[in-house]
Design a protein around this ligand. Structure first.
Ligand code: HEC
Length: 284
């Protein structure tokens, strides 16, 4: 009952606009009723404004039944690796902001399909094996990719501006050694230490890409994106093999191997993967 009320609110959120439709059936095949207008899967505009206009309620209707604030005593907030939202209509601006911040952990700007929000939404990840030792599949809320709501969420996620990866001054991979130095050239500056580059950039890349691991419940647990610390560097060092970087358990899990419950997060060749690979080679 509550769910259907929420859905109805999503459909009729803006009753003084031209009333093209009120119910989903009012639009015909291939169209959805959003704010009384019949729309397809295309989404345009500013992602934050669209969140307020449509996607906060859409995600609440589709995910809020399990991910509401306080479920398993977990609050809404960014950086804890858990997905929670304040549920219901008439949220305050502060609650919407908290929902938005929490959501960022599961969005992968520049690669919407592989955003954790959708990896879980499609049922490709397992829920919390650390909690009970079982890897129960996450419900496939979006069933098929033909699902129009899924298509709208996907297109909305594609509007998030991609973040630039940090330039950490890491040595180039041995295969693209630069031009030989000439006699009289000043010696190159010593490269920064692996701990320094972890703190100045790698931590942020890991905490965003692997946000579930900013929860202390994980076997590999690091602090939130904004708070790089030496303890996180040490926790990460336990999962890497500098002598054979691509054999590091960290990257094996990232590739979806070793039974990683979130599936494949990065494939070889992707910028984040290659950056972390090069960084691993610098760890003493
Ligand atoms: C029937 C219940 C249910 C529904 C519906 C559901 N989830 Fe989940 N989801 C879970 C459970 C249980 C977990 C395990 C951890 C937890 O409680 O947060 C989880 C975990 C996740 C995680 C990993 C982060 C975390 O909190 O551990 C993400 C991301 C996620 N879900 C996204 C979604 C999205 C997006 C939707 C809607 C499209 C959705 N879920 C709908 C039950 C659900």
């Amino acid at each position: 009952m509550y769910r259907s009320l929420l859905t109805l609110t999503l459909l009729t959120a803006c009753t003084d606009a031209g009333n093209e439709c009120v119910t989903p059936q009012g639009c015909g095949e291939g169209l959805l009723c959003v704010q009384n207008r019949c729309v397809g899967s295309e989404v345009e505009g500013d992602p934050r404004a669209l969140y307020e206009a449509e996607f906060a309620l859409r995600l609440d209707a589709e995910c809020g039944v399990c991910h509401f604030a306080g479920a398993y005593e977990i609050p809404v907030g960014g950086g804890d690796g858990r997905y929670r939202l304040h549920s219901g209509v008439g949220l305050s601006a502060a609650q919407l902001e908290e929902n938005w911040n929490d959501l960022q952990d599961f969005v992968r700007p520049g690669d919407p399909v592989n955003s954790l929000l959708l990896t879980y939404g499609r049922g490709e990840a397992s829920i919390d094996p650390e909690r009970d030792g079982r890897a129960t599949p996450h419900p496939a809320v979006y069933g098929t990719v033909e699902n129009l709501s899924y298509a709208r969420v996907l297109n909305w996620l594609s509007l998030f501006p991609a973040a630039q990866l940090p330039d950490l001054g890491l040595p180039p991979p041995p295969s693209d050694a630069s031009a030989p130095t000439m006699p009289g050239d000043p010696p190159p500056p010593p490269p920064p230490s692996a701990e320094e580059t972890y703190l100045s950039g790698i931590h942020g890349v890991l905490a965003r890409g692997c946000a579930c691991h900013t929860s202390p419940a994980r076997a590999w647990a690091i602090s939130a994106a904004a708070s790089a610390d030496v303890a996180s560097f040490q926790a990460t060092r336990a999962w890497i093999t500098p002598a054979a970087p691509d054999q590091s358990p960290l990257l094996q899990y990232a590739r979806g191997e070793l039974g990683h419950s979130a599936g494949a997060v990065w494939a070889p060749g992707e910028p984040e993967y290659e950056l972390v690979l090069r960084w691993i080679a610098t760890v003493q």
